[in-house]
Design a protein around this ligand. Structure first.
Ligand SMILES: Cc1cc2nc3c(=O)[nH]c(=O)nc-3n(C[C@H](O)[C@H](O)[C@H](O)COP(=O)(O)OP(=O)(O)OC[C@H]3O[C@@H](n4cnc5c(N)ncnc54)[C@H](O)[C@@H]3O)c2cc1C
Length: 384
């Protein structure tokens, strides 16, 4: 369990306030820790207990929209740049994990995307060619190889070298710990219920009536950020995950690859500590946390069934959970400012693979606050 920070019980003044202590808020806070600004992070829950705690912690540059489709929405150059930035984010997070004291557990893993159906093979091959053209380290795999190395039946697959796994909740706490040791403040159980814009400062009021006056505000509230933005920018999905009982180590697959598929919503799985398998997916639209949680049992059965249909490994569920995440039309997050909220920056780690976006958001926002031009900011801007 991460550190339990206190709730805010006084009035505060700071240079920068960050609402949201998930992986996006924590990475942004970490980037700003030596900026010379005073920074305060607040969260209405225990830090990291939003989508971050639910995350299955795949780090993939492959976002929810394939590169070939993103090229149609955003243009080929932008699609490639987004994928390159997500790939870089994996290695940025690796470098951060190495610097944290004590060094934080981070593992590079290959990522295998298999064709769910025969009809997906052609499009998957187009995706492979495009990634290859832009120097992504990918291999095209045929059924026999897939069966032999992954115990999986599929007509084809792309194996990507650049992916990783990291515990997002514990990383959030390690980042906040470093930020806190640098002299900044973190408050748990401190919900912001009102934001007022004044000429020289932004006043945040908590549910218990305390105030924070800040010159700049960063909103890192995950899928709950929508309420601060006048235009609808994303749909929110519920998603489900199960960890199995330990399986025989002999049946596990090639280099503990992260595995996912072409169907949408996709099934995905990876090996976790103790030779267990983490299986996730079966997303549906999110309306109500109680309805979502009421479906966990049925979704667990569906996940186990879907896994068993594909993989030649007998599994039994051990524990399951659900969470929510936001998805935009083009699969890219929104990062930066909107005219309706002065001196306010949005750090949104949207998407099923949102953690790489959290790292990109942290870098862009930190640059903006330090007056450094960030060439990548336009890709994720609210005006795109
Ligand atoms: C089951 C599941 C599996 C996933 N798997 C992966 C994966 O394998 N790889 C990947 O990259 N991504 C994955 N994701 C997505 C990933 O979890 C998110 O992209 C990421 O956690 C978003 O982080 P965040 O900090 O932006 O949001 P959150 O973690 O949701 O943090 C936002 C924080 O803001 C706080 N907050 C909100 N409103 C207020 C307020 N008014 N006042 C104070 N605090 C407030 C919340 O309490 C919360 O802690 C998954 C998501 C789920 C649900």
């Amino acid at each position: 369990m991460g550190k339990a920070y206190p709730s805010l019980d006084t009035h505060l003044t700071t240079d920068i306030a960050i609402i949201g202590a998930g992986i996006s808020g924590a990475l942004t806070a970490y980037y700003l820790r030596n900026s010379g600004y005073s920074v305060v992070v607040v969260d209405k829950r225990h830090a990291g207990m939003g989508s971050t705690a639910a995350s299955t912690s795949f780090l993939q540059y492959e976002i929810d929209t394939p590169m070939i489709d993103l090229a149609k929405y955003a243009g080929e150059e932008n699609a490639v740049q987004s994928y390159e930035l997500c790939r870089k984010a994996i290695y940025d997070i690796a470098a951060i994990c190495k610097k944290l004291k004590p060094q934080f557990d981070f593992h590079l893993r290959p990522s295998l995307q298999y064709a769910s159906y025969k009809k997906d093979k052609e499009e998957l091959y187009e995706e492979y060619k495009m990634r290859k053209k832009y120097d992504f380290d990918v291999r095209w795999l045929e059924p026999e190889y897939i069966r032999e190395h992954f115990r999986l039946d599929s007509p084809a697959a792309i194996l990507s070298k650049d992916a990783a796994e990291v515990d997002a909740y514990l990383l959030t706490h390690a980042l906040l710990g470093t930020f806190f040791k640098a002299g900044h403040k973190v408050y748990n159980n401190t919900g912001i219920t009102d934001i007022e814009y004044h000429k020289r400062y932004i006043k945040l009021t908590t549910g218990t009536g305390f105030t924070i006056k800040a010159k700049k505000l960063i909103i890192a509230c995950g899928y709950e950020s929508q309420k601060y933005i006048p235009k609808k920018i994303a749909d929110v999905y519920a998603t489900y995950a199960v960890v199995t009982e330990p399986v025989n180590k002999e049946v596990l697959w090639y280099r503990s690859s992260l595995i996912w598929e072409t169907a949408f919503p996709y099934l995905y799985f990876r090996i976790v500590t103790g030779n267990r398998i983490l299986i996730g997916g079966k997303d549906d639209l999110f309306h109500d946390p109680d309805v979502r949680d009421g479906r966990i049992k049925r979704k667990t059965d569906m996940l186990i069934q879907a896994f068993s249909k594909k993989m030649d490994i007998p599994v039994k569920p051990d524990f399951s959970w659900a969470g929510a995440f936001a998805v935009t039309k083009d699969g890219l997050p929104y990062i930066g400012t909107i005219p309706e909220r002065k001196n306010t920056y949005f750090a949104l780690g949207f998407g099923g693979n949102g953690i790489t976006f959290s790292a990109i958001a942290a870098e862009i926002i930190c640059d903006e606050l330090l007056g450094i031009k960030n060439e990548n900011a336009a890709l994720f801007s609210f005006n795109r």
